[in-house]
Write a protein that binds this ligand. Structure first.
Ligand code: SF4
Length: 493
């Protein structure tokens, strides 16, 4: 079958499994796709590196070179390679109007083994569908598949020296599952092709939990545009189900009958309706009484990589490369600022922890916002540097969570829209201070900026701009904490 007639690929098929409308839009109205987020290219490049590394599990294979303009050529090359090669990378097949490229195929005694590589740390249902459609297309092309496997990263692997690919990857045999799915794959392909054949008929599928499961859809900007600000989807916490409200035609927060909600959702709604701020003075006082001086405000920025770049790291382990520390020696005293930002492409952990231990006074109380993140990193540093463990443990023991009063709604403004993230709390209480307009506006962007810093090849000017943006962002995080503590103090004065 000439490839010209293909309508689906494995990624389009899995997109269609999530939502037919998403597949239709992708095929007929791709201009409606959301803008790519900043991490998309980095994730793509990292996925590519994982794929290349996994090929070392089966070395010496024949690479079918990607030629987007000529898939027929790739299919012909694959057929030719299969006559002699033992291993093929990116083997290309087309059957029943579906085009697939198999990451790795190896010739076994009883047929070809199929290996699908994923740069993820676990098995996911969607991967099994991905393999099942490949199984369908390849066996439909007349190739006997003896085994179908998923190859993913082993998150327990700890790098020691050169990467050990056999330890880095976990291989799961999913042959039985792929076979079991064949009848359903055939039916689903037919359904998707029928649906796509109508160029003018966008499927009538409303928004639902499927929009974010198993991953966020990239047409949300299009499908969710009728949802206003302050909608039922801003309701925080468990309780009444947001899609239940939506399906009843209740879309705006103001339209939710108070008797339908309870607990935190009710207090959020009451605060919103009355444009109120909730202040629980005794609880706030108790929080303030738990603090002491010197008082430090600490925030880490971290990066992570699928393939651990340094020794004693696991795949996707968060590595702190930056911190900001504001500090007051006594109540109402002068505010000091300390910071650290690693040089690119060096293991930052030793320099960072040495600097931090120098900067934090021995007997200080430390505030972090959502402390489990900072404590997780400190515990890992304590394990990595046993000689510093005692001192790091002291910091861990002295850390108090500034998110608590906001999370427990001891202080809550209707402007927070149900969120207790610092990005929502700060502008609700501190006029003129927000993350709007900053070059780096969240931890994900900071991680991205660090990766970019490591990849910068065009001179010191670009590097120093990235450093400036990162320092500005992290400093803002701890300064925001200082201001939020002032707000709590002000409410209890
Ligand atoms: S946003 Fe939701 S409804 Fe729209 S295409 Fe995506 S998954 Fe389907």
């Amino acid at each position: 079958m000439p490839v010209k007639s293909y309508t689906l690929s494995k990624s389009r098929y899995t997109r269609g499994l999530k939502c037919h409308k998403s597949l239709w839009l992708y095929t007929h109205k791709s201009e409606l796709l959301d803008d790519e987020d900043t991490g998309t290219t980095a994730r793509f490049n990292e996925g590519h590196r994982v794929g290349e590394l996994a090929q070392e599990l089966f070395p010496g294979g024949v690479m079918i070179l990607e030629d987007k303009l000529d898939f027929d050529k790739q299919i012909r090359q694959t057929a030719e390679a299969m006559k002699t090669a033992k291993v093929i990378y990116e083997a290309t097949f087309c059957h029943d109007g579906v085009l697939v490229m198999a990451d790795i195929m190896r010739k076994g005694r009883n047929g070809w083994e199929l290996y699908e590589v994923k740069g993820s740390g676990s098995q996911k249902d969607v991967y099994r569908h991905d393999i099942a459609v490949q199984y369908y297309v390849i066996s439909g092309s007349g190739v006997k598949i003896s085994k179908a496997c998923l190859v993913h990263l082993n998150c327990d692997y700890v790098r020691k020296g050169a990467i050990d690919v056999k330890e880095l990857f976990t291989t799961v045999n999913v042959t039985a599952d792929a076979k079991e799915k064949q009848a359903e794959v055939k039916k689903e392909i037919a359904r998707q092709k029928k649906m796509l054949a109508d160029n003018d008929k966008e499927p009538k599928i409303d928004i639902g939990p499927h929009c974010s499961k198993p991953y966020d859809c990239d047409f949300e900007g299009h499908c969710w545009k009728h949802i206003p600000d302050n909608s039922v989807f801003d309701l925080a916490g468990n309780g009444v189900k947001k899609f239940d409200l939506y399906r009843k035609g209740i879309v705006h927060l103001k339209d939710i009958p108070l008797e339908m909600v309870k607990g935190q959702q009710k207090s959020q709604l009451e605060a919103f309706l009355g444009k109120k701020t909730i202040v629980k003075t005794p609880e706030l006082k108790e929080f303030l009484d738990s603090l002491w001086y010197p008082l430090c405000f600490l925030d880490f920025e971290t990066f992570m990589c699928a393939i651990p770049p340094y020794d004693e790291l696991k795949p996707f382990q968060q590595v702190p490369f930056q911190y900001s520390l504001h500090m007051m020696k006594r109540a109402g005293g002068k505010l000091y600022h300390r910071e650290f930002l690693a040089q690119p492409n060096v293991d930052p952990r030793k320099e960072l922890i040495d600097s931090l231990l120098d900067d934090i006074p021995e007997d200080a109380c430390i505030l972090a916002y959502n402390k489990s993140f900072e404590l997780g990193r400190l515990k890992e540093l304590a394990e990595h540097f046993p000689k510093k463990k005692k001192r790091i443990q002291k910091i861990i023991d002295a850390t108090i969570d500034l998110i608590s009063p906001f999370k427990m709604r001891h202080l809550y403004s209707w402007k927070q829209q149900g969120s207790h993230s610092i990005k929502a709390v700060l502008p609700a209480f501190v006029k003129g201070m927000s993350y709007e307009g900053m070059e780096i506006g969240d931890g994900g962007a900071a991680m991205e900026a660090y990766h970019e810093m490591c990849a910068i090849a065009d001179g010191p000017k670009a590097l120093s701009k990235k450093r400036k943006d990162l320092l500005e962002y992290c400093c803002q995080d701890t300064l925001a904490m200082v201001k939020l503590l002032e707000v709590i103090q002000g409410k209890t004065a």
